[in-house]
Design a protein. Structure first.
Ligand SMILES: CC(=O)N[C@H]1[C@@H](OP(=O)(O)O)O[C@H](CO)[C@@H](O)[C@@H]1O
Ligand SMILES: [Mg+2]
Length: 565
């Protein structure tokens, strides 16, 4: 740590303000995890206060750029909440700062001022008098309002300027953060308002859907969360339902944002994906398109039923393959295939059949990263076009400066080339460049399906048949200490380092199954380990996962005996 002794500006009132948001004495250590801090809302007051301190510090460190703070616990039950920091261009807080967030959150209340000053000296290196700017939003949880108070008390004590945008989806807050910080650039991201976001998405949609009309209707399950408000407002900017050019009928279900207790209850993207079933209120007819958002509208899962009530789900892997195949196609049609390199980024949870399809059929590069969108986003941004999705439906498509330049300067030589370029340009407009976004991803899927429809087959059924998923299962196993499960670096969490010897046993079990694949890792958001497995048949997956669960439980039992003797 730096020993410099310059005066730390601001923060004189922190000690007093912190007392209003005291850290509970016996709380377990807090950690800034995969998606910020997330836990039972009753424990979050002091943590959110410290996030306010850090957000102001980060803004000053970045010459007064605007930092976003989102208060949400996404797909968790209504009693939970969470808080995360958004960096100036709308991406997640830079990883090297996560430890600062953790350290401040765990500082006893009486020592906050000293901890802040120590940290300020470490990160500033010299005196800093920048103005700090922070913008805030929250989802529909009842605890959100009180947590915003904790946050703004810290911002006021830090002398930071802030705007509280109230209840918004997570992706809209990311949009606003980027729009604010690019307003003076040659290509500003968009108008700095919630309406600006809707207008940008609707304009891109209209361009991409010239002369196209989607087949049938789409029903959106909004998990009784903030996505419902956003979708209803957004629809006012869309063409009329019966418009031959881009008109679409969208039904909103589970849109009760007035009763926050039903948030994510038997509905939403996580309920559908983890249970591989429709939301409880589902009443779709065969081949009708449905999709589910999660509680803060940054994830999306599609589904439909076939005749005979067979449930078919199209998750993040499917959205990634659909997007990569469509975009690959129009890049080629636009005559840009040799100038724009496309890659798909997945995690180890991606179904093996999707990876094989991308590599062998689409002939595109696939990268595998550790769990958590921040890792995928980072890798995707290295490519001209980076398509990234977690299997749970969280992801987007990133366009690099080079890709945007190539698209802008291309000179179409035929009507087909012009159409491809126009569609591509429109995609760059409405696909959220900051983070996964259910609303924007929904438009992407709908544009693609509309472009691919018209041969008499249901476009969603055709999408489902592009490849067959390997039967798979995800298990959650409670263990005494999830931290005893570590993975080998640079294996994207696919190989265990500890407990010692466990990976060898796992390999032996997997080898017994056709197309078997299985890995174990500690969850970053819950106190448990996750086991993911695939094999040629459902029966084999069940057997494989059961034997892995037994292996973990035996390991736990042996550990217990060793510790008590
Ligand atoms: C298997 C799985 O779905 N894991 C989820 C879950 O992370 P874990 O670290 O596995 O708890 O929550 C993350 C944050 O929402 C999400 O990014 C991730 O995909
Ligand atoms: Mg979410």
């Amino acid at each position: 740590m730096s020993e410099s002794h310059f005066t730390v500006q601001y923060g004189d009132d922190i000690a007093g303000a912190a007392k209003q948001h005291a850290r509970p004495e016996k709380s377990k250590p807090f950690a800034y995890g995969t998606a910020g801090f997330r836990m039972n809302a009753d424990l979050l007051d002091s943590v959110t206060f410290t996030v306010g301190i850090l957000a102001a510090l980060r803004s000053r460190k970045l010459q007064g750029k605007t930092i976003g703070v989102m208060i949400t616990a996404s797909h968790n039950p209504a009693r939970d909440n969470g808080v995360k920091i958004v960096d100036p261009y709308g991406d997640m807080l830079e990883q090297s700062w996560e430890k600062h967030a953790t350290e401040l959150a765990n500082t006893p209340t009486g020592e906050i001022k000293q901890a802040y000053e120590r940290l300020a000296r470490e990160v500033f290196k010299s005196e800093n008098r920048e103005e700090a700017h922070v913008i805030i939003a929250r989802d529909t949880r009842p605890s959100g309002k009180g947590l915003v108070k904790a946050l703004t008390d810290a911002l006021e004590a830090m002398g930071a300027k802030y705007i509280d945008y109230g209840v918004l989806t997570t992706p809209i807050l990311h949009y606003l953060t980027r729009a604010t910080n690019t307003q003076n650039d040659s290509h500003p991201y968009g108008e700095i308002s919630e309406e600006g976001y809707y207008k940008k998405l609707a304009a891109g949609w209209k361009t991409a859907m010239q002369y196209k009309k989607p087949e049938g209707s789409l029903t959106v399950d909004c998990a009784n969360g903030v996505g419902a408000d956003a979708l209803k407002k957004f629809l006012k900017y869309m063409p009329a339902e019966d418009d031959e050019s881009g008109g679409i009928k969208i039904n909103v279900v589970n849109g009760r944002t007035d009763d926050p207790s039903v948030l994510n209850e038997k509905a939403g993207a996580d309920y559908v994906k983890t249970g591989q079933r429709a939301p409880e209120s589902f009443d779709g007819k065969p081949f009708e398109r449905w999709c589910s958002y999660d509680g803060d509208a940054d994830r999306i899962i599609y589904y439909f039923t076939e005749t005979g009530n067979v449930f078919r789900m199209l998750d993040g892997d499917r959205i990634a393959t659909l997007a990569a195949s469509f975009i690959g196609n129009i890049v080629e049609k636009a005559g840009l295939a040799d100038k724009i390199q496309i890659a798909v980024v997945q995690t180890a949870y991606a179904n093996g059949a999707s990876t094989k399809y991308i590599e062998e059929r689409l002939k595109l590069k696939v990268e595998c990263t550790p769990t958590g969108v921040k890792h995928l986003h980072h890798v995707a941004s290295r490519y001209d076009i980076g398509v990234y999705f977690e299997a749970n439906g969280h992801g987007t498509v990133l366009f690099s400066q080079n890709a945007l330049r190539q698209i802008r300067k291309a000179d179409p030589q035929s009507p087909a080339q012009l159409e491809a370029l126009t569609t591509l340009q429109a995609l760059t407009e409405f696909i959220n460049q900051t983070v996964g976004d259910a609303l924007s991803d929904m438009l992407l899927v709908e544009v693609i399906l509309a472009h691919q429809s018209g041969d008499g087959e249901h476009s969603i059924a055709k999408w489902f048949t592009t490849y067959t998923d390997l039967p798979n299962r995800l298990l959650r196993v409670e263990v005494a200490d999830k931290n005893s499960f570590t993975t080998v670096p640079d294996t994207a969490e696919r190989k265990l380092q500890t407990p010692e010897g466990m990976q060898g046993k796992l390999d032996e079990l997997v080898a017994k199954y056709t197309s078997g694949r299985c890995f174990v890792r500690a969850s970053g958001t819950e106190n448990a380990v996750r086991v993911y497995g695939e094999a040629a048949s459902k029966h084999e997956v069940d057997n494989l996962l059961q034997s892995v669960e037994v292996m973990i439980e035996r390991g736990e039992a042996a550990n217990k005996v060793a510790q008590s003797s």
